[in-house]
Design a protein around this ligand. Structure first.
Ligand SMILES: NC(=O)c1ccc[n+]([C@@H]2O[C@H](COP(=O)([O-])OP(=O)(O)OC[C@H]3O[C@@H](n4cnc5c(N)ncnc54)[C@H](OP(=O)(O)O)[C@@H]3O)[C@@H](O)[C@H]2O)c1
Length: 335
């Protein structure tokens, strides 16, 4: 599969990217040695886009990347970094800050932690409702001019915000949840991105493990795991959603593929302007995900996949209610 571009102005990258969040945060304990080995294996396999956030493990994720990338050339990787979420010492989420001075402050710390003098794609993890997007993006644009940032991205932004931001500085890509279980972007956000030449880096392609084929009702979660609070992973919703996964398993079996591969392959099939981010933190998971790049899905296969997991069939929102309210991308959408 050919490399993909992050929009009309962004860098060219391998068709899937590696999301490093789970190596430091939100999905229970991770084995650090295995995380490092997974990042190396990804780069050795040709992956170029690495996604992180300064708030993943309150800087831990960036420091992990710095250690891992020592000995590699900077040009080998395309670093996507999110900023703006504020964390308390015990890991709580205590706000969002998109003020221009905060943007520059976050960037200074990220550059130092990552041990680099530029970031390829820099983006607010959430749109700060208290700060006009023009101001937040304007500050990143200044940092582009100064050479500290190459491209501007956004995360979980809705159509109006995309347009306003894009008028200030070209937006390379929008990072947003997109999968067979989360198709909300198809109505308005994806068409807006396409109209403006903004690429999509899709996260939650495996719905945080729910759509991986490796999840079960019996799976025990440690405190602090995002999935403890996710409506999709709770009670009857989980039972319903796992039935969808079983239907997909049948389709995958007929293709001699796994559920995860078919789920990733489906997102890859939705357009060459979409780059799935894979949250692998073990080499075996990475290997499984990488095989999706070579999976050949015919129109008949795609129709079977969509019959197994029809649009809108998912039970439960993709975030708990309080967090849904922070998503600019969900504003104005019917409940
Ligand atoms: N912009 C945003 O708001 C936002 C939000 C969330 C994530 N992200 C980005 O997206 C990245 C991906 O995170 P995600 O939540 O979207 O992850 P995901 O890929 O949907 O799910 C990752 C989970 O799936 C499990 N899994 C099972 N089989 C897998 C396989 N073959 N390959 C990969 N994972 C497999 C992993 O398992 P194990 O736990 O067993 O390893 C992990 O728990 C993050 O690292 C982060 O960079 C961005």
């Amino acid at each position: 599969m050919k490399p993909r571009s992050l929009g009309t102005t962004g860098p060219r990258v391998f068709p899937i990217g590696l999301g490093c969040m789970g190596m430091s945060d939100l999905y229970g304990p991770a084995d650090e040695g295995e995380s490092v080995a997974t990042i190396h294996a990804a780069l050795d396999a040709g992956i170029t886009l690495l996604d992180t956030g300064d708030y993943y493990g309150a800087g831990h994720n960036e420091l992990l990347l710095r250690e891992t990338l020592r000995g590699r050339t900077r040009q080998e990787v395309v670093l996507s970094v999110k900023f703006g979420a504020l964390r308390g010492p015990a890991g709580s989420w205590i706000g969002i800050d998109g003020r221009p001075a905060a943007v520059k402050n976050f960037l200074a710390y990220s550059l130092r932690r990552l041990g680099t003098d530029y970031i390829d794609v820099y983006r607010p993890g959430r749109v700060d409702p208290a700060v006009p997007i023009e101001d937040t993006v304007g500050a990143i644009a200044e940092m582009v001019k100064a050479g500290y940032v190459r491209h501007v991205g956004l995360s979980e932004a809705g159509p109006e915000t995309l347009r306003r931001a894009h008028r200030v500085h070209p937006i390379a890509d929008l990072q947003i949840e997109y999968s067979l279980l989360s198709r909300g972007i198809e109505a308005e956000i994806l068409p807006t991105c396409r109209e403006l030449g903004i690429g999509v880096t899709a996260y939650g392609v495996l719905s945080r493990g729910l759509l991986s084929g490796h999840w079960s009702k019996e799976r025990a979660l440690t405190p602090g795991d995002f999935r403890n609070f996710s409506p999709r992973f709770s009670g009857e919703n989980l039972e319903h959603n796992l039935q969808l996964v079983e239907a997909l398993r049948e389709v995958a079996g007929a293709k001699r593929a796994t559920v995860a591969q078919v789920a990733i392959g489906w997102v890859l099939s939705r357009g060459s302007d979409i780059v799935p981010l894979i949250g692998a933190r073990r080499r075996d998971r990475l290997g499984e995900a990488l095989a999706a790049v070579d999976l050949d899905l015919s129109p008949g296969d795609l129709a079977r996949i969509e019959r197994a997991v029809p649009s809108g069939a998912t039970a439960g929102d993709r975030y708990p209610t309080v967090q849904m309210a922070h998503l600019d991308s969900e504003r104005g959408r019917p409940a």
